[in-house]
Design a protein around this ligand. Sequence first.
Ligand code: CMC
Length: 430
Amino acid sequence: MSKDAFTLTRPDGKSMSLPVLKGTIGPDVIDIGQLYKDQGVFTFDPGFVATGSCKSDITFIDGDEGVLLYRGYPVEQLAKHSSFIEVAYLLLYGDLPDKDQLAAFDTSIRRHTMLNEGMLRFFNGFRYDAHPMAMLSAVVGSMSAYYHDTMNVNDTAQHDIFTHRILAKLPTIAAAAYKLTAGQPFIYPRNDLNYTENMLHMFFAVPAEPYEINSIAAQALDLLFILHADHEQNCSTSTVRMAGSSGANPYSAIAAGIAALWGPAHGGANEAVLRMLEQIGDAKNIPKFVARAKDKSDPFRLMGFGHRVYKNFDPRATIIREMCHKVLAQMGRTDTPLLDLAIKLEEFALKDEYFIEKDLYPNVDFYSGIIYKALGIPTSMFTVMFAIGRTVGWVAHWREMITDPAARISRPRQLYTGPKNRDYVALEKR
Ligand code: CMC
């Protein structure tokens, strides 16, 4: 293989030269765009294990080294020095904002937090026990029925209004879903509060008494949102790009992303981790559950372990584990059974031959639920919290996709394995 082209030789000896594309960092990519036209064959890659679906400037992951960069900045530096709103600006617009840009962006987000009252009435139609993710995807999808002025995907001026609107309203929608499950009245947003303080206010304030915002809780949420903000072409982001590639309005594309995030192999894993830890119950049961995770005849997997891209520590998990200790200590929790159990489970699995051989490490979802639980957020809301953080990543990718002149509708092909041509048989003859 030359550095700039890859030669594909067919069994009959004919060959084709495939261009090799180079990114700024990361492995080279073979461009197979002309393969079917020239050779009459498709490539086969279920789960897209070896397929790059697009060019992107937003996020870079080196899974072997455990590196995650947003627009070139290591996530560790952003987690230490930045805020979620600043990171959101960075992901959306490509560079860190100056003071005026940050202030203007922050003000705009604060001024878009209210929902159309008609959308609030939507919540009355859900059953009392509806999962908050079901409500989130339905209500975000319904935004396209309320905000018609941002539906023209070809008008870039509308992209900013859509962006600010959806970022600002996601916590309000999430809080409305939470209040419904808690059986409490909806609490309106307060624009004098910052993003995470306002969210805590909408979640936990009640009309009967004043609510004091816990600054540690607000900081912890801000950090979690930074760590969840983007992760290149993951399942939900690819779903947003794919849905949006047809020219569907952006609210529908984000609703599709929320639906994809809900699955336990993706964002639903944070909820599944907590339920798993509760099920394990005691450190003495760890060997039994790890044995089940290794047993191919048992569908049980160690939730919060393993990743398609990271074959080393997930850098986000390392930061969240540290944050877990800090949050629990600062909140005065000395008895931390779930955290203790999680640490013991991690230690046990990391020494196990199966997990070593398959490069299975804790991922972002392993420790995040322990923080959410300490903050009083119910388990069924964990994936909603992930969605709030990830929305900015989805939006950044949607904007990149929709303004890319080379973008086309996403339309993969298949290896057909069904029946060959056959003739219709009349019902009485079958
Ligand atoms: N427990 C036990 N075995 C596992 C696990 C696990 N958590 N994860 C992977 N394996 C095994 C798997 O059975 C397979 O074994 P074999 O080679 O013998 O068939 C091997 O490791 C490779 O796994 P895979 O399923 O082919 O890998 P994938 O890239 O398709 O899946 C994954 C990645 C994250 C879906 C998977 O590791 C998993 O199901 N983990 C548990 C769920 C989870 O924590 N998801 C959150 C992911 S991070 C946040 C996010 O994306 O939202």
